[in-house]
Design a protein around this ligand. Sequence first.
Ligand code: KG4
Ligand code: ZN
Length: 402
Amino acid sequence: MKILAIETSCDDTCIAIVEADKRGYQRGFTQIKFNVLSNIVSSQVEIHKRWGGVYPTLAKREHQKNLVPVLLNALKKAGLLKKSKAKLKIKNLKPILEREELLQKKLRGFLQNYQQPKIDAIAVTVGPGLEPCLWVGVNFARALSYFWQLPIIPINHIEAHIFASFVNTRINANKNTNQHKNLFPAICLVVSGGHTQLILMRGIGKYKIIGETRDDAAGECFDKVARILNLGYPGGPAIAEQARQWQSNIQYPISNIQLPRPMIYQKNYDFSFSGLKTAVLYLVKQLTMNNKQLTIKQKGGICAETQQAVIDVLIHKTLRAAKEYKAKTIILGGGVVANDELRKQFKSNIQYLTSNIQFLMPDVQLCTDNAAMVGATAYYHHLKQKTKSWKNIQANANLRIG
Ligand code: KG4
Ligand code: ZN
């Protein structure tokens, strides 16, 4: 089965073609394997850089401009792009794309000139995310579904971040797909620019949020600290690089910079990262009094300590949740999981504490927003017949996973 997946919940325009394969029944279990035929991400970082964050109406316009070129690219890479012999007659797309005039024009041109590709379903992120951005992707998917007469599979962005770990991991699934050998219950940590959530996963589609951030998400905290330190956008990779340079430079003695680990010892599973950002702000104000400039050493020390404070809180709470809920698996997902130190420290802490918990995290390039994770999630929904007609698909900026 081939799925065309679309993701536009924030500032990346993403389309992937994912082929799913079920094979080898063994005592009721089968292996599910994904073959990512293409996974195109068109980043808007250069556009949003000057604002220090994502500007929704600008992001929406960029999605409108980018979706058709990204689709062409994704189909071409997957070997599914074929010119039509004669110009095709286009049904009326206007009612579906009336608010996306630019996209409508581009899509019309594409549909006139190319044959329907050999795909079986369309998957699209419907939420949570930035409302105007979500709607562009959703309406694009609805128009394609209407024109090609294919079902749509609506996908929750947070669930997709969890399933990013399954894209390159073969999962043994039961025939009815609800049971997965030794996988559940799982504790999932989704940590990105918009979200920080701990989720108890009892099976595919069975989620309960057990804790989440009360203010800023961890990625948002990195982005804001980077802005304070003039390191550009997105902040996470910039802070990680400064911290890495600082740590590898033996000329610099141990830093005396200390930042708080918000809520680390509280008995709930919630987070709060805005206090950490404020602590950095006060520290920088103090260090730059009387027109002083931050030294490279001070900047590096602040980055390393901010990164470590976030990692400490995330590891502590995730492992405590895994213990309390007797988790068989810990699954990480979201842009912040691209962080090298976080990956290393999670791995070593889990190995140190227990040998019988499986640990899954996505390949680095599948941590930040992409459509391959949306396609993989959609396959599991398709197994449970959770497809819909284009008429019943809507974006929901505040969609919750459980
Ligand atoms: O999942 P994602 O691409 O988008 C959302 O759903 O929000 O996550 C983006 C976030 C940004 O805040 C970015 O600063 C952070 O992930 N990020 C990182 C790294 N790469 C991206 N944070 C820390 N270290 C990284 N290497
Ligand atoms: Zn995301």
